[in-house]
Design a protein around this ligand. Structure first.
Ligand code: NAP
Length: 321
């Protein structure tokens, strides 16, 4: 089968299209014929080996030779322990644990997959899993956002951010979206009431305070984030620098003070229930999936470069015939 592989961390040039063996599903694995796979910041990080947490799956060299987590396709075969799927089923999910989606076939754990809703295209289904579930768990599940609350989404114009802004606006929150200047009109179009250009303004120093900060690109100190919270407010680290992550993990729990501010990491739990919740919201038109660009499998390096250079608005999707 055709796959986009890499043997060392580096720029998109280290990727190449190759013929490799088709994987075989074992245990609870499902072999999926991939019809569409979306590109996430986690793929970019896994390609570069940066931040350092991207090397958890191989310190010096990547253990998984094929990136690509968010896939949608048709079940080709199942392992002996699989009970929920059979060949021919149309599925989608976040395969972050095994990856391998930038290929004609990929193995995914059964628990990572859901049945793709009939009215949804493979492309749209592939755009949802990681970004949609991060947004849902950040905005809705881990302490529900209330109408009138002030919510700031840092990284609002990217994959997860574009869903998070819409979900927060849907909850009736006053939403501030932070991203680069080129994405701010887009962020407004998603429902943000206010926008901030991260290159010009440090949102932790404006004097504004928020009930929830969902941070998809965290690079400041835990103390700066606490400063930007109202009493009882929550800051959630999703992705960003390792020093910030370590501060959030080790200092975060003790700096909340009597005012009950919480500075924490959001550990996203991919699961079919949340995935289908987001899918239903998209299907009934409550929120929308924004697919910025589509690429063939051979252009995965270009797709990753587009994302890495900060030009993607919403999602990038790779489609396979
Ligand atoms: N916590 C968990 O369990 C978990 C699970 C899965 C994924 N993740 C992480 O989630 C993160 C976000 O994913 P994603 O797919 O939404 O990423 P994405 O599509 O790349 O979006 C990130 C957005 O942040 C913007 N940005 C970059 N630097 C910024 C800054 N200094 N201030 C504000 N915004 C900035 C980017 O804009 P530019 O275009 O200007 O760069 C981009 O629009 C990744 O780091 C990923 O590893 C976490």
């Amino acid at each position: 089968m055709k796959a986009v592989v890499y043997e060392r961390y580096g720029p998109p040039e280290v990727l190449r299209l190759a013929d490799v063996d088709r994987p075989r599903p074992t245990g609870d694995q499902v072999l999926v014929e991939v019809r569409a796979v979306s590109v996430n910041a986690s793929d970019w990080e896994g390609l570069r080996g940066r931040p350092a947490y991207a090397r958890l799956g191989g310190l010096r060299r990547p253990r998984a030779r094929i990136l690509g987590s968010d896939l949608a396709g048709r079940v080709e075969a199942v392992g002996p322990q699989v009970t929920r799927f059979r060949p021919g089923d149309e599925v989608f999910g976040d395969n972050l644990a095994l990856k391998g989606g930038f290929a004609q076939y990929a193995c995914a754990r059964e628990k990572a997959l859901a049945v793709k809703p009939a009215g949804m295209s493979f492309e749209e289904a592939a755009a949802l899993p990681q970004a949609g579930v991060i947004a849902l768990q950040g905005i809705r599940t881990k302490g529900r956002v209330q109408a009138g609350q002030r919510v700031l989404v840092n990284g609002a114009g990217g994959g997860a951010g574009s869903f998070a802004v819409q979900l927060a606006a849907l909850a009736g929150a006053h939403v501030t979206g932070v991203d680069n200047a080129g994405k701010l009109d887009f962020v407004r179009s998603l429902g943000a009431d206010e926008v901030i250009d991260y290159a010009r303004t440090d949102f932790t120093r404006t004097g504004e305070r928020y009930d929830l900060i969902l941070d998809l690109s965290a690079h400041r100190s835990a103390f700066a984030y606490r400063r930007a919270l109202v009493p009882g407010g929550r800051y959630l680290y999703v992705g960003g620098s390792v020093p910030t992550l370590l501060q959030v993990l080790f200092v975060g729990p003790v700096i909340g003070g009597r005012a009950g501010r919480k500075v924490r990491m959001l550990v996203v739990q991919p699961n079919p229930t949340d995935l289908l919740t987001v899918a239903r919201l998209c299907l009934d038109g409550t929120i929308r999936t924004v697919i910025d660009r589509r690429y063939p499998l051979s252009e995965v390096p270009e797709a990753l470069r587009h994302l890495g250079e900060g030009r993607a608005k919403g999602k990038l999707v790779v489609t396979l015939d």
